[in-house]
Design a binder for this molecule. Structure first.
Ligand SMILES: Cc1ncc(COP(=O)(O)O)c(C=O)c1O
Length: 499
């Protein structure tokens, strides 16, 4: 056998270029006990007190088990989450970055990657309208930085928001003011976690009502801000969501920006999921007004197929980053070394920073703007096709929200429970609700057991509902037909067996 590294790399490359796609290959699900037993035949999963070096044959057997029992997110019937199998060019870009193992903190340690970050963040900033089209393409101070994931970037954005309101807080600590921030009740839980970490307390997050699709009600936001101020609290930020996790709803950013402007609030746009609509001339109108925000988080590892993670935090006024985060470590950010003005490390909380930009830069150059647009357009086309199937199903499937972007949220309805009430979920009899609510977990468990597909479910308007979304450009309408057929087939069987 050649060197272990070569063998593992060969396996990984073969997987990336040719991922499983046969109908029942989405997953070989195993219980924890079954996994432990399987690895016992190669090399144990546990690490003993004294770990002896394993031989290459045992390690390759373990590598094969890793692949066999992992979820095949590249399979076109993996429709479970708002990410899917990665773009192969992104995987090899990630490997190259790992091979060159450095930190993005300084020009000294990462000269090429510092310029790549500057170029990529500037392009993202131009797409978001933060920079003019004619802006410097390689600025020493680009409009943001790459962060380890959307939740972390949300935390940083809220720290920036609070810093603008209370700049002394970085030195003196939290004030007695009860700061409040606002996000829709369909927004991501990163807001609440960030409030806890920032010492604001989770009660500082005011959840504002959203409409039937999941977009914030601007009138409810206006009222919530006024009520908070009247109660003696200090509103400081609003998060507008561009693409909610479950229904892919877009808040009206201009309406939210008007309210922020009236009250002097920081406007943060959570575009973790839907930010990529900006790549598409057809769909970028969904983010109209994003240029009026103060910060914007964009996960390229969702719709754009970058390996996890690849998150850009864009900031309208990037001088605020250093003011808020700098620690001035003189052993790292010496002002008198070469090209220190490019150093990004003292503009963030982290010290070492992964080179997440390389894979994105490589993929962008490889596919071009047009390729990026097609990826987003394909996801919406597949969702539109699914909405059409639901509408034409004669009541077998019922849309839970209308939806118009990448996510389709619906229920499977046994024949005796049709037609679906005109009022939607609130019109369901309690016994019918209970029966329908129990089905998605059973249907999903059978999919996992048989490996036929993976789809998500979660309560929407109080009813467990399926969510299909198309992050993988390899998904075809035949895959969608097959997945809907499986849902109906397993639904009929589960419903009958439980009665
Ligand atoms: C709308 C939205 N915001 C924030 C996040 C958090 O991003 P991450 O998983 O990278 O922390 C997600 C993740 O699904 C999301 O959908």
């Amino acid at each position: 056998m050649s060197r272990l590294e070569e063998e593992v790399a060969k396996r990984a490359l073969a997987y990336v270029l040719n991922p499983p796609s046969a109908p029942n290959d989405v997953v070989r699900y195993a219980s924890p006990d079954q996994l432990v037993a399987a690895f016992q035949t190669a090399t144990a999963l546990g690490l003993e007190n004294d770990v002896a070096a394993a031989d290459n044959q045992a390690l390759m057997a373990a590598v094969d088990l890793v692949v066999k029992h992992s979820i095949h997110t590249s399979h076109p019937r993996f429709l479970n989450q708002n990410f899917a199998g990665p773009d192969p060019i992104s995987v090899v870009g990630d490997w190259l970055g790992a091979a060159l193992n450095t930190t993005g903190a300084t020009y000294e340690a990462a000269p090429v990657f510092t310029l790549m970050e500057s170029a990529t963040l500037s392009k993202l900033g131009r797409l978001a309208g933060y920079l003019e089209p004619a802006a410097d393409q390689l600025p020493t101070l680009p409009p943001g930085l790459f962060c380890p994931g959307g939740s972390t970037a949300t935390l940083y954005a809220l720290q920036l928001a609070r810093h603008r309101r209370q700049p002394d807080i970085v030195t003196t600590g939290a004030s007695a003011d009860r700061l409040t921030l606002f996000v829709s009740d369909a927004g991501h839980y990163a807001a609440t976690k960030s409030a806890a970490l920032l010492g604001l307390g989770t009660n500082a997050v005011v959840k504002v009502a959203s409409d039937n699709n999941g977009a914030i009600e601007p009138a409810a936001l206006r009222e919530a801000v006024a009520r908070s101020a009247q109660a003696g609290k200090v509103p400081f930020a609003v998060i507008a969501t561009a693409g909610t996790t479950v229904t892919s709803a877009f808040d009206d950013i201009n309406a939210v920006a008007d309210i922020c402007q009236e009250h002097g609030l920081w406007l943060h746009v959570d575009g973790c999921y839907g930010g990529s609509a900006l790549f598409s001339p057809k769909h970028r109108h969904l983010l109209a007004g994003v240029e009026r925000s103060d910060s914007f988080v964009w996960n390229l590892h969702k719709m754009m197929g970058m390996t996890q993670q690849c998150t850009a935090l864009l900031v309208k006024d990037p001088t605020q980053l250093a003011a808020c985060f700098a620690g001035q470590a003189d052993y790292l950010f010496q002002p008198d070394k070469l090209y220190a003005d490019y150093d990004s490390g003292d503009r963030t909380f982290q010290c070492a920073r992964r080179i997440d930009v390389l894979k994105l830069w490589l993929s962008w150059k490889y596919h071009g703007d047009q390729g990026n647009a097609s990826r987003v357009d394909h996801a919406v086309e597949m969702a539109d096709y699914t909405r059409g199937c639901i509408a034409a199903s004669g009541g077998e499937f019922a849309a839970i929200v209308p939806g118009d972007f990448t996510n389709v949220v619906f229920a499977w309805v046994p024949s005796e429970l049709r037609p679906w009430p005109a009022e939607g979920v609130p019109g369901l009899e309690p016994a019918t609700h209970t029966r329908l609510h129990a089905l998605p977990p059973k249907i999903k468990a059978r999919m996992q057991a048989e490996g036929t597909a993976m789809v998500g479910f979660q309560p929407v308007h109080g009813l467990n509902s399926f969510r299909l979304l198309y992050m993988n450009p390899a998904v075809t309408t035949a895959d969608i037909d097959a997945v809907l057929d499986r849902i109906a087939e397993y639904g009929r069987a589960s419903d009958q067996s439980s009665r």
